[in-house]
Design a protein around this ligand. Structure first.
Ligand code: NAP
Ligand code: GDD
Length: 332
């Protein structure tokens, strides 16, 4: 019989790639979708052909208990979150409710109605915040610098607590930034790749960004969802850092992205304080040795390949939009 997986956050970047990955492995997939989701059909795309959509919300325990009780999934992947760090400063309470308490609600629903399930929590390098050591490992102390980071720390410990307290199979994947052609448009990498494409086609003159010196450990999302699955296939539940082990600044991302289309980022990027955060995470770089040794996981895509792939995809998207609108491009 096919294994069943429930994915929360199925309409997000990772939800898409994870569903695709599990489908190829023969899983029956259930995806949690909330009422306020926008453009569901477009975001699910070809997933609609095989994903069973379950309506519910991480802020609503009753819906979670109902779904888990009926579906009895073998594996639960909790990818849902208010995941935008800058936005979390504007909506700290609802961010905590979804990103922190939401994980607790799902764990408790699992304990009560489906305790045999294996549980993956989408933990984040943002928990390291003001980093206490370089590079960051599973043992590095947390020092979150945003309401989002604080909520993720609460969810991390709830996941550990349900493992230790109730002997449930629960894992934290501490994933460093991972990007793709499906990355949300408000995150910096995608904002840059769309900006580069529009500037190249003469649709935009400037790209306004915040802190260009922040450094991140950026990997390719489709490779990261495989690590989530691997964690749930082990004999014992555990926590793992997933990262490339390289760090690059936002400025370097811009430099490569603009150069790929023959432009110099200094002619187009404007640093605008409206995009600064009340507290910044200046440097992230992960050490994924444990994942390599125990899960046999390692990243494949290089930083340059990632940047160029995103720019190419957005050039195609923007050209298609232009064709559909009937406008004439004025490429630089
Ligand atoms: P994303 O694209 O922002 O997707 C977030 C998902 O959560 C969306 O499907 C969203 O659905 C859903 N969601 C939000 N609030 C919800 C609620 N109240 N109830 C049910 N669903 C809700 O995020 P992502 O980049 O795929 O990341 C997946 C997870 O990994 C997130 O938890 C994120 O915090 C974490 N993470 C991401 C990274 C990264 O670099 N991408 C790194 C570390 C950790 P709607 O369509 O309704 O908005
Ligand atoms: N979003 C955004 N927009 N960020 C900008 C901009 C801008 O215009 N200009 C500079 N930045 C800087 C931010 O200040 C931050 O230092 C860096 O670019 C990355 O910002 P994001 O792409 O928004 O990602 P993030 O690192 O804050 O958070 C992402 O990664 C976390 C893992 O470390 C999100 O995916 C989180 O959900 C995830 O947990």
């Amino acid at each position: 019989m096919a294994k069943k997986a429930l994915i929360t956050g199925i309409t997000g970047q990772d939800g898409y790639y994870l569903a695709e990955f599990l489908h190829e492995k023969g899983y029956e997939i259930y995806g949690l979708v909330r009422r306020s989701s926008q453009n569901i059909e477009q975001r699910l795309g070809k997933l609609s052909e095989y994903v069973h959509v379950e309506h519910g919300d991480l802020t609503d325990s009753l819906s979670l208990r109902d779904i888990l009780g009926r579906v009895q999934p073998d594996e639960i992947y909790n990818l849902a979150a208010q995941s935008h760090v800058a936005w979390s400063f504007k909506t700290p309470e609802s961010t905590f409710d979804i990103t922190g308490a939401g994980c607790l609600r799902l764990l408790e629903a699992m304990r009560q109605t489906s305790p045999h399930s294996r549980f993956y929590q989408a933990s984040s390098s943002e928990m390291f915040g003001q980093v206490q050591e370089v590079p960051q490992t599973e043992k590095t102390p947390f020092h979150p610098r945003s309401p989002y980071g604080v909520a993720k720390v609460a969810a991390y410990w709830a996941t550990v607590n349900y493992r230790e307290g109730y002997n449930l199979f629960t894992c934290n994947g501490i994933l460093f930034n991972h990007e793709s052609e499906r990355r949300g448009e408000e995150f910096v990498t995608r904002k840059i790749s769309i900006g580069v494409a529009r500037i190249k086609l003469g649709l935009q003159d400037k790209l306004l960004l915040g802190n260009l010196e922040a450094k991140r450990d950026w990997g390719y999302a489709p490779e990261y969802v495989r690590a989530m699955w691997l964690m749930l296939q082990q004999n014992e539940p555990d926590d793992y850092v997933i990262a490339t082990g390289e760090t690059h600044s936002v400025r370097e991302f811009c430099e490569i992205a603009f150069a790929h289309v023959g432009l110099d980022y200094r002619d187009f990027v404007v640093e605008d304080p409206q995009f600064y955060r009340p507290a910044e995470v200046n440097l992230l770089i992960g050490d994924a040795t444990k994942a390599r040794q125990k899960l046999g996981w390692k990243p494949e895509t290089t930083f340059r390949q990632l940047v160029e792939r995103m720019v190419e995809a957005d050039l195609e998207n923007q050209k298609r939009l232009l064709r559909n609108s009937g406008e004439t491009p004025r490429p630089r």
